[in-house]
Design a protein around this ligand. Structure first.
Ligand code: NAD
Ligand code: TYD
Length: 344
């Protein structure tokens, strides 16, 4: 029996991963440990709790709270920690970086210490392609590239990666790291670009495109990311990092064309606005190392965008209360003062 602590399991990727794990392997028990910030929602795990109640438990807690983390690890006989818990939105990190340092850096350190104290537990860190920074020309990032983060969010994630590697080297902690490209799919808080633009379009509101909209991202379906993480947990080489994505990036404008087409909404909703500070123009991952473990994504970016647009169209019950709540304050803070730009 594997006894896995999934931190941040009430968030977007975490809740999809928990369901994936419980569906895939009957020999796995999962404890979700989550603070339930604005981004963490128990309803994301409702179906999991109803279906897998005997193999699943939820604990509300902060990964910065060492005592509570250690209590959870001991009480649940945890043998593996998978750390999804983080502050995750670049725009929020620009508005207020403090909590990013707390959770993403200090919180990861607390989890590493707990893993060390309880017998060098298996530790997997969920990281991001953003730690490599903006990638020039046609180059793709490989796992041993130098980290060059450029936003408070990516700097905090890169710092966490360095701690995870340092615990492997110094204490022989059995760690792996995965660096994922942009995930999309069910249960993503509608602040990230695809669910934001889909829900804005469904409300016939403008889509605020930063700058010229020619920035490049690799949009992967969340289920593909979850499958790769599970494989790395089982077959990844200890001490190594793995990139996860489709390996095919597209411009934000191309992504918008696809989602507007899927929803039958007009291009006139596109509104170019003042760019994000320090905006990374391109991320691009070489994913061959992860594919060599025996994984490949089921969805192309276009299929992932279309499937995501349909999920939000069909699940207004999930996102409407979010958009009516805290989201409104964030939207005002991030968008109200932003200059509108001429069509480009
Ligand atoms: P999310 O914002 O949807 O969820 C984050 C979860 O962490 C929430 O449930 C929140 O309540 C929890 N959390 C936050 N602070 C916490 C704390 N101090 N203690 C305990 N729980 C806390 O994020 P997501 O998009 O699901 O991302 C999950 C992980 O994947 C993050 O580490 C992120 O950096 C990484 N990642 C995300 C993407 C993406 O496109 N979303 C891509 C690559 C990597
Ligand atoms: P985002 O979903 O925030 O992810 P990332 O962490 O990769 O930046 O944004 C994805 C891309 O979409 C990125 O190039 C910024 C752009 N973007 C907009 O143009 N407008 C928006 O309102 C948002 C949130 C993002």
């Amino acid at each position: 029996m594997r006894n896995i602590l999934v931190t941040g399991g009430a968030g977007f990727i975490g809740c999809n991963f928990v369901r994936y794990l419980l569906e895939q392997s009957s020999g796995t028990e999962v404890t979700v440990y989550d603070k339930l910030t604005y981004a963490g929602r128990l309803e994301n795990l409702k179906a999991v709790s109803e279906r897998f109640g005997s193999r699943y438990l939820f604990i509300q807690g902060d990964i910065c709270d060492a005592e509570k983390v250690e209590d959870a690890v001991a009480a649940r006989h945890i043998d593996t920690i998978v750390n999804f818990a983080a502050e995750t939105h670049v725009d929020r990190s620009i508005l207020d970086p403090d909590v990013f340092v707390q959770t993403d850096v200090y919180g990861t350190y607390v989890l590493l210490e707990a893993a060390r104290k309880y017998g060098n537990l298996r530790f997997h860190q969920i990281s991001t392609d953003e730690v490599y920074g903006h990638i020039e020309g046609r180059r793709r990032s490989v796992e041993n590239d130098a980290l060059a983060p450029r936003s408070p969010y990516s700097a905090s994630k890169a710092s966490a990666d360095l701690f995870v590697s340092a615990y492997h080297i110094t204490y022989d902690l059995p760690v792996t790291i995965s660096r994922g490209a942009n995930n999309i799919g069910p249960f993503q808080y509608p602040e990230k670009v695809v669910p934001l633009f889909v829900t804005n379009a469904l409300e016939s509101m403008p889509l605020p495109v930063y700058g010229d909209g020619k920035q490049m991202r690799d949009y992967q379906f969340v289920a593909d990311h979850c499958a790769a993480i599970d494989l790395i947990l089982r077959r990844g080489r200890i001490g190594e990092s793995y990139n996860i994505g489709t390996g095919a990036e597209m411009t934000n404008l191309a992504m918008i064309e696809i989602l507007l087409d899927e929803l039958g909404k007009p291009r006139s909703l596109i509104q170019h606005v003042e760019d994000r500070r320090g905006h990374d123009r391109r991320y691009s991952l070489d994913v061959s190392k992860t594919m060599a473990l025996g994984w490949e994504p089921d969805y192309t970016p276009e299929e992932a965008i279309r499937a995501t647009a349909r999920w939000y169209r069909d699940n207004r019950w999930w996102w409407q209360p979010i958009r009516d709540g805290e989201f409104k304050d964030f939207y005002r803070a991030n968008y109200a003062g932003r200059k509108k730009l001429e069509p480009q």
